[in-house]
Design a protein around this ligand. Structure first.
Ligand code: PAF
Length: 271
C-alpha cells in the first residue's frame, strides 16, 4: 500500500479513502461516488476489525464476501482495494496504544458497546497513516462514528478531510446495512419501525416542535407499541458532540437503535 501511495503521490495525484468492513451494498458504493468526485485516485479498504467487536458480538459471523466486493468496487470505479489480514494490521496481536474517543464514545452506541469507538478510531488512525489520504469518506448511517472520526482528525491534527455521505435507504425506508442480511422477512418488517419513528420525529420538527422530550416521546410511542422489537435508545442529540439537546435545532440529529431477534439496527436523521 505504501508503494502504491508513493507512486500516486509522485504523479501529483490526490487520494480518497473509503474505509469499509466489506459485505458491500449500495450505501458503500455511493461512498465511492463521493470519493471519485473529490480525488484522482480512490482506495477502498476492506478489513473486519476485531478491535471494534465485543466478545459477545458478531465478529466471527460478520459477512465476508471479498470476491463479490472486489467485483462491485472495481465496477464502481475503485482504483485500489486494500485488504490486509489481521496479522498485517495487528502483527503483535493487539496494539498497546489505542485512540480514546473521549465523551463521544461514552454515549448511545458507546454506552451499549463500551470499547467500540476506541476500536474504530484506532483502526481508522492506522488506515490514515498507511493510506495517507487527502480525504476519507464515511456514511451518515454510522453518524456517531463519523462524529468521533471528525473529532479525532481535529484533536490529533490528521491532515485528512472527512466527508459524510447521506444514508442510502431501501424503497421501504430501511437504512442499508451489511447486517440487514441477517434479518428474516418478519424481523425486517419490525426493524422498519425504527426508521418510521425517526421520520415521525423529523415530521414533528418540520411542523414546529422543538422540545427534544416531545420529539423523543413521538418516536418512543411508535417503538414501544411493537411486540418483538427491543428499543435500545432514541434521542435528539447535537450531531457533532453527541450530547443530548433539550431544544432541537436544524442540524441536530435523532439517533436510535433497536434489537430485532439477534440483530441490532441503528439509524438516524438530521433535523
Ligand atoms: O464503518 C465501518 O465499516 C467501520 O467501522 C470502519 C470505519 C471501516 C472501521 O473498521
Amino acid at each position: 500500500m505504501r508503494h502504491v501511495v508513493a507512486d500516486v503521490r509522485a504523479k501529483g495525484q490526490s487520494i480518497a479513502l473509503v474505509p469499509t468492513m466489506g459485505a458491500l451494498h449500495e450505501g458503500h458504493l455511493t461512498l465511492i461516488d463521493e470519493a471519485k468526485n473529490v480525488a484522482d485516485v480512490v482506495v477502498m479498504s476492506i478489513f473486519v476489525n476485531p478491535l471494534q467487536f465485543a466478545p459477545s458480538e458478531d465478529f466471527a459471523r460478520y459477512p465476508r464476501t471479498l470476491d463479490e466486493d472486489a467485483k462491485l468496487a472495481s465496477e464502481r470505479g475503485v482504483d485500489f482495494l486494500f485488504t490486509p489480514t489481521k496479522e498485517d494490521v495487528y502483527p503483535e496481536h493487539a496494539p498497546v496504544v489505542f485512540v480514546h474517543p473521549g465523551s463521544i464514545g461514552k454515549e448511545w452506541e458507546g454506552a451499549v458497546r463500551p470499547h467500540h469507538f476506541e476500536g474504530v478510531l484506532t483502526i481508522v488512525a492506522k488506515l490514515f497513516n498507511i493510506v495517507m489520504p487527502d480525504v476519507a469518506v464515511f456514511g451518515q448511517k454510522d453518524l456517531q462514528q463519523a462524529a468521533a472520526v471528525k473529532a479525532m482528525v481535529r484533536d490529533l491534527n490528521f491532515p485528512v478531510g472527512i466527508l459524510v455521505a447521506p444514508i442510502v435507504r431501501d424503497p421501504d425506508g430501511l437504512a442499508m446495512s451489511s447486517r440487514n442480511r441477517y434479518l428474516s422477512p418478519r424481523d425486517r418488517e419490525l426493524g422498519l419501525i425504527l426508521s418510521r419513528a425517526l421520520f415521525a420525529m423529523r415530521d414533528a420538527f418540520a411542523k414546529g416542535e422543538r422540545r427534544a422530550s416531545a420529539l423523543e416521546a413521538t418516536g418512543w410511542r411508535m417503538l414501544e407499541r411493537v411486540v418483538g422489537l427491543t428499543p435500545r435508545y432514541l434521542a435528539a442529540v447535537n450531531a457533532d458532540t453527541f450530547q443530548r439537546v433539550n431544544n432541537v435545532r436544524h442540524g441536530d440529529a435523532a439517533v436510535g437503535a433497536v434489537r430485532v431477534g439477534e440483530t441490532k439496527l441503528i439509524d438516524n436523521i438530521i433535523f
